[in-house]
Write a protein that binds this ligand. Structure first.
Ligand code: SME
Length: 157
């Protein structure tokens, strides 16, 4: 099977509409979580050209770096720390238009300007987060929240 993505230009909504079934096709034929996280991160990075797209997984009292695309990143984040740890603690998606204004933001890359973090919830418990960073300010909104939350449901957590 060819694994090339069809990359769509246009509005964010159109880009997600094109990407969504392709990610579903990639992920639905595989049961391995790491493989699916890796491909989902790669597909999102390729479509949107964000600075960093990746997963952190809850291991005991920390988030530990999982599959990602982008520059090297911090490996462990405590609950309640940074955007990722706060999203975990609150079990809610956080949209940060300007990372400089988020108290306690963890700057893995000085190039990051805005960020969205989506918690991954299994049976009422947060088991990880999807973190996306952009070099541009104010890049994430309700459209990203809706589509990324939907996309995460493709993976069996
Ligand atoms: N900025 C995140 C840390 C992870 S990196 O962006 C990849 C945070 O504040 O939690």
């Amino acid at each position: 099977m060819a694994e090339d993505l069809l990359i769509r230009k246009g509005s964010k909504q159109l880009q997600y509409e094109t990407l969504y079934p392709q990610v579903e096709a990639l992920v639905s034929v595989e049961t391995d979580r790491v493989a699916n996280m890796a491909n989902m991160a790669a597909a999102l990075k390729e479509q949107f050209q964000w600075l960093w797209v990746g997963f952190y997984l809850v291991k005991e009292d920390e988030l530990v770096l999982g599959p990602f695309q982008g520059p090297v990143a911090c490996t462990r984040i405590k609950k309640g720390r940074g955007v990722c740890g706060t999203s975990w603690a609150k079990a809610e998606t956080l949209i940060v238009p300007d990372v400089e204004k988020f108290p306690g933001h963890i700057a893995c890359s000085s190039l990051s300007a805005s960020e969205i973090v989506i918690p991954i919830i299994k049976e009422g418990t947060v088991v990880g987060v999807l973190d996306v960073d952009s070099v541009l300010p104010d890049q994430f909104d309700e459209t990203d929240k809706i589509w990324l939350e939907k996309m995460l449901r493709f993976i069996q957590w």
